[in-house]
Design a protein around this ligand. Structure first.
Ligand code: ZN
Length: 465
């Protein structure tokens, strides 16, 4: 080879290596330590390339010259993980409170929550509109999965619910939900009969809809599971199945009044069998521990100085009164069921987790649910999981891994990998060593947008006003 030709060749190879072969991304996160929530691995020295709302590549830092981007984020000494999912929230309170609900959407992002599962309310049209606008970037907030209206029996407990009085009403109710393009079916037990409860599960299963929610206390959760029930909210119904007295108590008085005796007669061996069934059928259980504790202690704790209270609109604060009134009534009647529930719930978490029951982190935040604040409450829920005996990483799985798994979208969520959605949380401290470190947000990426700590702070100030 002639020397001149060799140099031309060498030059062109180098030139192309430095320039034309560099792939383009919109954002590069450099020097990241990626937290793999599924395995617990901490993977240092990574570069994450992002295009639009998608992770384009995850490479070693040595390969960083393969990419160029207009924006870079240095994540040195920081921890990078997928955004959080709150699997039980509510938007509600009627049209007059729609704006107050909407104003709280940025709170989720500020706390690292990039997806929420709305468990039903009475402002469905608004929620569907936000779901769309958040998707297109016109509105700032978390990705929303919604049940739309709840399904309840005659004279539903919550406004906006669809009345399903008899099994004959089920097809029309599901048609209505299908028309709204809801993401799953939420049932409520204001007056739902057990026949209708079972009927909804079977019919929704046939149409390919997931079902979860409350259960009439006259029903049996495992019968629901056999028909295809996909989830259960709060722990009453699982707890009921763990008492050998459940059937006889149901025959006498099928209501929440039986919970005291259910808890007193809770049977560990029976519980093991119940958990095995829930595991085998992959029934997602949302314990809502934080709201349980908050409502159990609502009369003892002074919430007037809560740091998040100033973010909540006056109309929503008004809705907090109901729970306080019912707590007062329970207290004067000597009813301490909430305290017992809370204690038993905490004891059930570790055994359920060990049995392989998929648990979901859901805060139940929203109007009427006093002092359970959007965003912050999911952190409190995860902290309750840890207080009940889960490791921080196990607690994180209930949000980051099991959230997407409930909707069978784990191909797009749950880890920092090529092709997955770039809903990303950059943290100053490692949450594997202390779950409270999850509150140390440095930046958030969601729906193709970056929010720095400063921008999140500004966003919070706007919510406050
Ligand atoms: Zn709820």
């Amino acid at each position: 080879m002639k020397k001149a030709f060799f140099y031309i060749l060498l030059f062109s190879v180098l030139f192309s290596a430095c320039n034309s072969s560099r792939e383009e991304a919109e954002v590069l996160i450099l020097n990241a330590t990626i937290l793999d929530i599924a395995s617990g691995e901490e993977i240092p020295g990574k570069m994450i390339a992002i295009s639009g709302d998608t992770i384009q590549a995850v490479l070693d830092m040595e390969e960083k010259d393969n990419f160029k981007a207009a924006k870079t984020i240095d994540a040195k000494r920081k921890f990078v993980m997928p955004g959080l999912w709150d699997m039980h929230v509510h938007f509600r309170g009627g049209d007059t409170l729609a704006v107050e609900n909407k104003d709280l959407l940025p709170l989720f992002l500020a706390y690292g929550i990039t997806t929420v599962r709305d468990a039903g309310g009475d402002i469905t049209t608004n929620v569907l509109n936000w779901r769309k606008k958040i998707g297109t970037g016109e509105l700032t907030g978390p990705t929303i999965f919604t049940s739309g209206p709840k399904l309840d029996g005659p004279n539903p407990a919550w406004p906006g619910s669809i009345e399903v009085a008899t099994p004959e009403d089920i097809p029309a109710a599901l048609d209505a939900l299908e028309k709204l393009e809801v993401d799953y079916v939420k049932m409520y037990d204001g007056s739902l009969s057990k026949e209708v409860f079972y009927g909804i599960i079977a019919a929704a299963e046939e149409r390919g809809y997931k079902t979860t929610g409350h259960m009439p206390m006259s029903a049996d959760i495992l019968e629901g599971v056999d028909l295809g029930l996909d989830g259960s909210e709060h722990l009453y119904y699982v707890m009921k199945a763990c008492s050998p007295k459940a059937d006889s108590l149901t025959r006498v008085n099928p209501g929440y009044g039986m919970m005291n005796e259910i808890i007193d007669t809770y049977d560990e061996e029976l519980a093991k069998q119940v958990f095995q069934r829930l595991k085998d059928q992959q029934v997602y259980i949302t314990p809502t521990l934080h709201i349980g504790k908050t409502l159990a202690e609502v009369l003892e704790v002074d919430h007037s100085k809560d740091s998040l209270l100033p973010y909540i609109g006056d109309g929503i604060i008004d809705t907090y009164r109901g729970r306080i009134q019912s707590a007062k009534r329970a207290k004067s009647a000597g009813n301490s069921m909430r305290n017992k529930m809370e204690q038993k719930s905490m004891e059930m978490i570790r055994p359920m987790y060990n049995a392989g029951v998929p648990l979901l982190a859901g805060s139940d935040c929203g109007p009427y649910n006093s002092f359970v604040y959007p965003g912050e409450s999911l952190h409190s829920e995860l902290e309750r999981f840890v207080a009940s005996g889960l490791t921080p990483r196990e607690a994180l799985k209930t949000s980051v891994i099991n959230g997407p798994a409930f909707f069978e979208v784990q191909d797009s969520y749950g880890s920092i990998e090529k092709g997955k959605k770039a809903d990303i949380l950059i943290l100053k401290k490692n949450p594997f060593s202390d779950i409270k470190n999850l509150r140390q947000v440095s930046a958030i990426l969601a729906n193709g947008q970056i929010f720095t700590r400063e921008e999140l702070q500004e966003m919070l100030e706007t919510v406050k006003q």
